[in-house]
Ligand binder design. Sequence first.
Ligand SMILES: [Zn+2]
Ligand SMILES: [Zn+2]
Ligand SMILES: [Zn+2]
Length: 237
Amino acid sequence: MVAEGFTVDLNKPLVFQVGHLGETYEEWVHQPIVTKKGPRFFHSDFWEFLTLTVWWAVPVIWLPVSVWCISMSISRGLSLPEIVPLIALGIFIWTLIEYTLHRFLFHIKTKSYWGNTAHYLLHGCHHKHPMDHLRLVFPPAATAVLCFPFWNLVKLFTTPSVTPALFGGGMLGYVMYDITHYYLHHAHPTRAVTKNLKKYHLSHHFRIQDKGFGITSSLWDIVFGTLPTTKAPKTEQ
Ligand SMILES: [Zn+2]
Ligand SMILES: [Zn+2]
Ligand SMILES: [Zn+2]
């Protein structure tokens, strides 16, 4: 049951605690703690290990898979000029998936024990400890599981030669997204474009958490009207 006034003990494993926050979870999870050292998730070293992902695992694992997919389209008869626009389309579609997942799934409102627990594992942990560098990119095991529904979805709308190239393009988009997300949290960009993207994403974390869902661009925030206001609400009259 929801304990009134339950407080989380940050020195103990968090995953099975956060559910007890009930309706106060939403507020708790959006009060960030900005230490580089992440919290303990589980008592078990085995499960704890599974929650840790180094950022470079994403390109090391998924770039070859993406290239392999694209080459499959070539072996199924597509030429390079046919493949390039499919890859571009895949990347473009990914940006919409990125926005949709982040806005509607990662920011779903929860208050039940298991709802809170699932949300914490999915995205809540990243909002609570945004600088935890080992809980930022998507764990490859989870990505692998998600590949199946996405592959079947692409398959539904495409011919057998087009499917792998489009899927590979989408995967390329995913890799770019996860690397960009890591970069925005942990690098110190000097160019205007990347500087602004960093500012944009940090505003999602520290200023207006229900705005600015795009990571690699603000395109879909513009389209769907979730662009954060330029001034903080408090300073507006
Ligand atoms: Zn978020
Ligand atoms: Zn959130
Ligand atoms: Zn972030």
